[in-house]
Design a protein. Structure first.
Lengths: 327, 293
């Protein structure tokens, strides 16, 4: 038996373990031995992750080319950043990616997941719906660099699949077809569409597992009452999927702000700065211009923004957890 | 947990006789969804179809046509020229070692939090939760500097260690969220029997949690395999490149030949598709773990 099924069974029975504590002193004595198990993981984590993070913050207050001694300059990097148009532009693109990676996939994902779970599966079998889910999920399992190589190839202005189709099958003139990733006007939108293609599978998988958690008697009762599928979708499914929708929205937002690989492999932030994003912008200053302090300042701001977002995630999840306990 | 498996979800056992009637509308919906899935997989089909096409066919018929004279010549040539087996081995052992470190240390930490219920556990979890949203860009330069200082720069061990340690926050969070639902009766019973923390872990918690840990290990392995920035910065030399890295950095070399680029994309995607087919159930369970909490 798996741990999940055990814990599912236990969830109902064990009310709140913290309330039932028999012998306090013996438990406190027993507790102290558990600190030993905390130490190795926490120590490695503090040294490598937290240590690096604080060192990065320190670098952001210096002028440094990566060799020699960093020179303390206070807030100079930050002051320059706030006057740097590319910096603001990179965050604009990051927010556009929130649309492409978070909002649009959430909408489509809820709809497709409930279609597969609630409409296709009962009529055509679970095998079919599982196969469809796997198909949508495929772009998620491929390394992002490979996705990049694949799409650069598909969108090649001359030999690419898309433009070959436009020229050969739709008879567009070969000088009238778009240079999808090479034109400053279309590059960011091409990337956005590719991000939708990548992200949908994730939202479908999470929402389908959320639907499996729902009480089937609810939708059955609605069906008996003569509700149409769309009414059921709106009233029952959307209302019940609240926790999953919250988690998906916020985790994908975090992912959208962190985008690096797709930009690196498909556009290198260009043409010009047309697809610049914060993560790539900081990488660019670390390893191309060697303005390490400047790059570190970008990374620090990005990290702060993400920290704020993740605290929101925690808050939302806590609120949901306390709701669940009340139920 | 969302992974409602055996007990909670009665749905999987619908026999074909128990299926609902299929109306005309339902067939329309069905074909629409099938069409959508085919569209989603179309890029992969294009990579495959053109990787096995001859350059002459590609020029004559374009990329959309079905390969008239299928040949694995390019795939094999690319396999050899890119030293694919070396890359495959580099990716595999670093991802595996990283996943093992992540799960082992994450389990120990989560055990102290979930079963030990040590003081300040909410704070520790909060720090971990915030930490795994830190972008890698905010860590990479210090890691790069440190790797150079201690002689691990351009050494595959460095990425395995960094994968492993940076993953601890994530695995601790996930495992301790599973452990909050661990049957309390078992823990209490073991305590009454006089089990100490070590015995409790090895004899009570680990046996029950092993399937969950395997699920997380599979998921972390695949994440590591797909990792890009850390290998990009820390592994400059050709011999040390991973699959994901080498194909991204060298694809420009065969830029002129579309069928070669298709072969590169195909070979780069193939191991991941294979892992997905083998570990689909585990991966799906891992991805959905903790999503409704």
């Amino acid at each position: 038996m798996s741990a999940e099924s055990v814990s599912n069974g236990a969830k109902a029975k064990v009310a709140k373990p913290s309330k039932a504590k028999p012998n306090k002193s013996s438990i406190e004595k027993g507790k102290s031995q558990y600190y030993a198990y905390l130490i190795p993981g926490l120590l490695l984590f503090l040294i490598v992750v937290v240590g690096s993070f604080f060192f990065n913050i320190y670098i952001s207050f210096t002028q440094w080319i990566g060799v020699g001694t960093p020179v303390w300059v206070g807030f100079e990097n930050y002051q320059k950043l706030f006057q740097d148009d590319v910096f603001w532009q990179s965050f604009q693109h990051a927010f556009l990616f929130i649309g492409a990676m978070s909002i649009v996939p959430t909408f489509i994902g809820v709809f497709v997941a409930s279609m597969l779970f609630d409409y296709i599966a009962p009529r055509f079998g679970n095998g079919i719906s599982a196969f469809m889910r796997a198909g949508f999920y495929m772009p998620q399992v491929i390394p992002i660099t490979i996705t990049g190589v694949l799409w650069v190839w598909l969108l090649d202005p001359v030999t690419g699949v898309i433009n070959s189709f436009l020229i050969n099958n739709l008879h567009m003139k070969s000088d009238a077809v778009p240079n999808w990733l090479g034109d400053a006007n279309t590059a960011i939108w091409s990337l956005s569409v590719i991000m939708v293609w990548i992200q949908i599978g994730y939202t479908i998988v999470i929402f389908m597992s959320g639907l499996a958690r729902l009480d089937p008697s609810l939708t059955e009762a609605a069906q008996l009452d003569g509700a149409t599928w769309f009414q059921r979708f709106r009233i029952i499914i959307l209302a019940q999927l609240g926790p999953e929708i919250g988690v998906v929205l916020l985790t994908t937002m975090v992912a959208a702000l962190k985008v690096f690989g797709p930009v690196y492999t498909m556009t290198s932030g260009g043409p010009g700065t047309a697809t610049q994003v914060p993560a790539y912008f900081s990488y660019f200053h670390f390893f191309t211009t060697h303005k390490v302090g400047y790059g570190a300042a970008v990374a620090t701001i990005l990290a702060l923004l993400l920290t704020v977002l993740s605290i929101i995630i925690l808050q939302v999840q806590n609120r949901q957890q306390s709701k669940e306990i009340q139920r | 947990m969302t992974t409602a498996s055996t007990k909670a979800a009665p749905t999987p056992k619908i026999k074909s006789s128990a299926l609902k009637p299929r109306s005309f509308i339902s067939w329309v919906t069905f074909f629409f969804m099938i069409f959508a899935v085919i569209a989603w997989l179309f890029p992969f089909w294009m990579a495959l179809a053109n990787a096995i096409k001859t350059p002459a066919d590609f020029v004559a018929q374009g990329p959309l046509a079905f390969p008239a004279h299928p040949t694995f010549e390019h795939v094999i040539k690319f396999w050899k020229e890119s030293d694919f087996p070396v890359r495959f081995w580099n990716s595999t052992w670093t991802s595996l070692l990283g996943a093992a470190i992540t799960v082992a240390f994450g389990f120990l930490t989560a055990y102290a939090i979930g079963i030990g219920k040590i003081k300040g556990r909410t704070w520790i979890l909060g720090v971990f939760m915030v930490a795994f949203t830190i972008p890698q860009e905010a860590l990479i330069y210090p890691l790069y500097t440190a790797a150079k200082k201690i002689g691990l720069y351009d050494n595959l061990l460095s990425i395995a260690l960094i994968f492993g340690i940076t993953g601890i926050a994530f695995s601790t969070y996930l495992i301790s969220s599973v452990l909050t639902e661990f049957p309390n009766e078992l823990v209490e019973a073991a305590k009454i029997d006089g089990a100490n923390a070590w015995q409790m872990m090895t004899r009570v918690v680990l046996p029950i949690l092993r399937p969950t840990l395997m699920v997380i290990m599979v998921m972390v392995f695949i994440y590591n395999w797909n990792e890009f920035l850390i290998p990009l910065v820390l592994l400059p030399s050709n011999d040390n490149m991973t699959v994901a890295l080498s194909i991204a950095l060298t694809s420009g070399q065969w830029g002129a030949e579309p069928t070669y680029r298709a072969a590169a994309a195909l070979l780069g995607a193939a191991p991941s598709i294979l892992f997905f087919i083998i570990f689909q159930r585990s991966l799906m369970r891992g991805v959905t773990m903790g999503s409704s909490k």
